[in-house]
Design a protein around this ligand. Structure first.
Ligand code: COA
Length: 165
């Protein structure tokens, strides 16, 4: 059964299912230079379906966010060891951007990682990706670190994070 999280206009935001993975991979191929194996998508869906979310208009997949969880040092507290949600990838097809879909995907993934009792949520974003950095800042994420040459092409990333409790 499909779990619809929210609807606005003609757009449904819902949890992904195995049959959504091929369309998600197609959006990823069209929108981002970082790609993953089929197995990786499947494993994220199995690990944390609460934060693997898609946006759909009619029958068309227009966006997705997928996350994982991990334990590690806090991005906020000195010496704190915490459970963290981690955005692996988010994208909205070009022609459907600036309608609030990206914001809805991030907000619902925040709810998803909270259900997994994560203390913090973080992501990496290209320093040049102003649209994404602005979106995350509006949602309360803060730049906590600059990661030198994080991407294969040598570009730096910002590590942005939010405390959930
Ligand atoms: N009318 C006009 N503008 C609107 C709007 C509406 N109804 N609803 C939202 N917006 C604006 C928001 O205020 C925001 O404006 P700002 O950039 O000035 O702050 C902007 O649209 C984007 O917000 P939103 O619509 O929620 O995000 P999006 O659906 O455009 O998706 C990304 C944002 C980053 C996911 C999208 O640009 C993308 O897929 N980029 C390529 C992949 C990528 O870079 N992923 C991130 C890797 S870390």
């Amino acid at each position: 059964m499909q779990i619809i999280l929210r609807q606005f206009g003609d757009c449904n935001i819902r949890r992904a299912e195995p049959s959504d993975l091929i369309p998600v991979m197609e959006i990823n191929l069209k929108t981002l230079p970082e790609h993953y194996s089929d197995y990786f998508y499947e494993s994220l869906l199995a690990e944390i379906p609460e934060a693997f979310i898609i946006a759909e208009i009619g029958e068309k997949h227009v966006g997705y966010i997928m996350c994982k969880t991990e334990y590690g040092f806090s991005n906020f507290k000195k010496l704190g060891f915490v459970k963290k949600g981690h955005v692996v990838s988010i994208a909205v097809l070009d022609e459907y951007r600036k309608k609030g879909i990206g914001k809805a995907l991030v907000e619902e993934s925040v709810n998803g990682v909270k259900l997994k009792n994560c203390d913090e949520f973080y992501l990496e974003v290209r320093c040049s990706n102003n649209d994404a950095v602005r979106l995350y800042e509006k949602l309360g994420f803060m730049i906590r670190q600059q990661l030198n040459a994080y991407y294969r092409d040598g570009e730096d990333a910002y590590l942005m994070a939010i405390e959930l409790n």
